[in-house]
Ligand binder design. Structure first.
Ligand code: MRU
Length: 351
């Protein structure tokens, strides 16, 4: 990952070190996960967030599970059963970030295709797989960046939402990877960062990454995006995704859909940047994507301080779905799906 961004996921001597992203940008504190329960909680409570980073953490969660099974002295059959349960626990931690399910399935495929293993072999095999998922994600993000940068004019103001940066992935980022690659290619880039209520991933995390790398950027309230588009001050929009269905419908942080509608109205290109691990071909359309609902407290409070009167009810959908017809292109490590549809999404997997 870009060395100017903090190390946010580290695997050290059988322990998973996760930067507590809830505390950024004020504090850089790490949580050291030593049990599957630690990893489940870190994902659910968003110490680690961003679909690919969640998937990577879950892959290491499976290694920790294998270590727990080893300590309990279980035999191969019992370890496999233990790992199924661990996978289910991890999978239940956040429902929309499909990289989580994908990473656990990868571990399942590895286990299914390797039989008669010693407990140590299982541990080492899953560890190798997790490290590989981590490293591959960074490589894929650089490819996404390269592919996406080709769509960025020499001089452009790019609007982004939430954080699809180095800290949301193994490193480099997807949407921010496109922005980073354009900057690295010498393009004159200005970024507009939606603050991204309720948890402010834009203000706290995307802004943090951009400031550290001296990439020119301005923070805006979510409500300001339409006004800026109407003034001709946005050249393109690039966001990440938590899950893309087989027809190209894409789930991402709540507020993304509104941006896509505004972009269509103003004739502004709207790009979704994501690795193939975020595309679930078993999900036919966005209607089937499970949208996570989080605690209403995240809406009624800001940094622990109430901003609504006691007794006020809030709705807190964490994600929304942007229909494929509003997406100019899905940018992946295998190339673009322009005006995405079922055939174009499928063909990315054949590339
Ligand atoms: O709730 P979060 O912070 O996990 O949401 C993150 C996003 O919506 C990102 O855009 C998405 O996961 C893509 S990260 C490369």
């Amino acid at each position: 990952m870009s060395n100017k961004v903090l190390e946010h996921i580290a695997w050290k001597e059988g322990k998973l070190h996760l930067l507590d992203q809830r505390l950024l940008p004020q504090q850089t504190v790490y949580r050291i996960c030593v049990s599957v329960e630690d990893v489940v909680e870190s994902i659910r409570e968003m110490y680690v967030r961003g679909a690919p980073a969640i998937g990577i953490s879950a892959a290491f969660g499976m290694v920790i599970a294998a270590g727990e099974a080893l300590e309990k002295g279980l035999n191969e059959k019992e370890i496999r059963e233990y790992l199924v349960q661990a996978g289910e626990a991890l999978n239940g931690s956040r429902p929309t970030a499909v990289n989580l399910k994908w990473a656990i399935e990868e571990a399942g495929h590895w286990l299914a295709s390797n039989e008669n293993l010693s407990p140590q072999d299982i541990y080492r095999g899953l560890e190798k797989l997790a490290i590989n998922i981590f490293e591959e994600d960074i490589i894929n993000n650089r490819k996404i960046g390269f592919n996406g940068s080709a769509l960025v004019p020499q001089r452009a103001t790019i609007l982004t939402h939430c954080n699809a940066g180095a800290l949301a992935t193994g490193g480099y980022g997807t949407a921010l990877g496109v922005i980073r690659a354009a900057v690295e290619e010498g393009k004159d880039i200005n970024v507009l960062v939606d603050e991204t209520r309720p948890l402010l991933q834009g203000a706290r995390i995307t802004a943090y990454e951009l400031v550290r790398e001296n990439i020119p950027a301005k923070l805006i309230t979510d409500n300001a995006a339409g006004h800026l588009m109407s003034m001709g001050k946005v050249d393109l929009i690039v966001v990440g995704a938590d899950q893309i269905a087989a027809n190209g419908d894409a789930a991402n942080k709540i507020g993304t859909y509104s941006l896509a509608v505004l972009a269509e109205y103003h004739g502004i290109p709207f790009y979704v940047a994501a690795p193939l691990s975020t595309i679930d071909l078993n999900i036919t359309s966005g209607d089937e994507i499970i949208i996570e609902e989080r605690s209403p407290d995240e809406v009624t409070c800001l940094n622990g301080t109430a901003v609504a009167p006691e007794g006020m009810v809030a709705l807190n959908y964490a994600f929304d779905v942007t229909p494929a017809k509003l997406i100019t292109a899905v940018i992946t490590e295998k190339g673009l799906a322009e005006k995405p549809n079922r055939e174009k999404i499928a063909s990315l997997f054949e590339a």
